[in-house]
Ligand binder design. Structure first.
Ligand SMILES: Nc1nc2c(c(=O)[nH]1)N[C@H]1C(S)=C(S)[C@@H](COP(=O)(O)O)O[C@H]1N2
Ligand SMILES: [Mo]
Length: 406
């Protein structure tokens, strides 16, 4: 059960082993560690900094080998990250035809179609325009598809790792369209990438104009090649595939183009035989990142349950946590900034009594939408779709302290 804090002495039992070690004459605080005795590594040992050697396991991983050369995805190691920002080297990757090698000096963005004046922008042109930086999540609509038919047994990197959150910087789409002008008949926007897949999506202009950015930077530096260098479209809250990478063309159009990505892919077949098409917003969702499968609890007592919540429709309003499989819920605290359409870190106090437990989290966003159970989601959508799974996730803690996706 989720217990309260006993008079503030959170770690008293956990500290006992440390104090016992201090009584060991070989472990007195006064003996200097070897690395205090000589100068360390020189400056610029790594001109572009790298994580500490001991953190070498905190890496992106692919759940399966690619079906075609260059296609596939690698996943963010969510269990090892803190706060809400994903470091650039760990942002998940999803490519339909590999990462193109683009010369930024030759790259152009065309804005054309139902505009008053078609324009071609170089990267330098875009850098001259007013910029905007915003923190937003990016989630593949296939994320957590592994859980449609019940617990997959997989750890969080493979169930929820098609998810990241960066500070994205670029030019507002509306700024570019102010330059070109918009013809009155323009209703949709077609975005096309300069990769082998020529990834192309149609987007409803009125729903994205206020927020969409053409970005050239993430977390303070220029985009990584795998995340769209030198330019990508960013559509806050929309499914990942609409954030077209290696962006080369924006065309204002009257109606959706019905591209491969919105007909053969990214539609969801419902139980009644109808299909949902143009499902853009990612529904509110949350997951406990620590503890999660692969972790093992070793001592009873206090643990901070930590996780992430997000919504494609706005800010996270509330997160609740259960330790008894959803029978009772308690409010978690939001433990960091709460940005619009961004990962939001939550934490809840928990006393592990050494017995079996079932940890769950449930997010509510500012529209009042509550993250559904898997049963409710399956009742509404069936199991014939791969996309937009946002059911409440359960991690089982065994009496042995082992955490499992079961
Ligand atoms: N041009 C292009 N844009 C693309 C893709 C692609 O294959 N080509 N993949 C899409 C998909 S399916 C997702 S989920 C996101 C992944 O972005 P990331 O690799 O930066 O995480 O990019 C989208 N944009
Ligand atoms: Mo995706």
């Amino acid at each position: 059960m989720l217990g309260g804090l006993a008079g503030g002495a959170l770690l008293a039992p956990a500290l006992k082993p440390a104090l016992a070690a201090a009584a060991d004459p070989r472990a007195t605080l006064l003996s200097p560690e070897p690395w205090t005795l000589t100068p360390g590594e020189p400056l610029l040992a790594s001109p572009y900094g790298l994580p500490a050697q001991a953190e070498h396991d905190v890496i992106r991983r692919a759940a399966r080998p690619p079906a075609l050369p260059g296609s596939g995805s690698s996943m963010t190691p969510l269990a090892d990250l803190v706060g809400s920002i994903t470091p650039n080297g760990l942002v998940y990757e999803r490519h339909h035809a590999g990462v193109p090698k683009i010369d930024p000096d030759q790259h152009r963005l065309a804005v054309h179609g139902l505009v008053k004046q078609p324009l071609l922008f170089t990267i330098d042109d875009l850098l001259r325009l007013p910029s905007e930086s915003r923190v937003h999540f990016l989630e593949c609509s296939g994320n957590t598809g592994s859980e449609w038919r019940g617990p997959s047994g997989l750890p969080i990197q493979y169930t929820h790792g098609l998810l990241s959150c960066c500070e994205w910087t670029g030019v507002r789409l509306s700024t570019l369209l102010d330059e070109t002008g918009i013809a009155p008949s323009a209703q949709w926007l077609l975005a096309e990438g300069a990769d082998g897949a020529a990834m192309t999506r149609s987007l409803p202009l009125d729903r994205i104009l206020e927020r969409a950015l053409v970005v050239y930077a993430q977390n303070g530096e220029r985009l990584r090649p795998e995340n769209g260098y030198p330019l990508r479209l960013f559509v806050p809250g929309f499914e990942g595939n609409t954030h077209v990478k290696w962006l080369r063309r924006l065309k204002l159009i009257r109606a959706p183009e019905m591209t491969r990505e919105e007909t053969s892919k990214y539609t969801s077949l419902l139980p009644d035989g109808c299909a949902r098409q143009f499902v853009f917003e990612m529904d509110a969702k949350s997951v406990i990142t620590r503890p999660s499968p692969g972790h093992r609890l070793t001592t009873r007592g206090y643990y901070a349950i930590s996780g992430l919540a997000w919504s494609g429709r706005g800010r996270i309003e509330r997160v609740e946590v259960s330790a008894d499989g959803g029978r009772t819920w308690r409010a978690a605290r939001l433990a960091g900034p709460v940005h619009d359409r961004a990962l939001t870190r939550f934490e809840a106090d928990w006393q592990w009594d050494g017995g079996p437990a079932q940890l769950q989290s449930r997010a509510t966003d500012e529209t009042g939408y509550v993250q559904p159970t898997r049963e409710a989601l399956v009742a509404a959508r069936g199991v014939n779709t791969m996309y937009h799974y946002n059911g409440i996730q359960s991690w089982r803690v065994g009496a042995d302290g082992e955490v499992r996706n079961a």
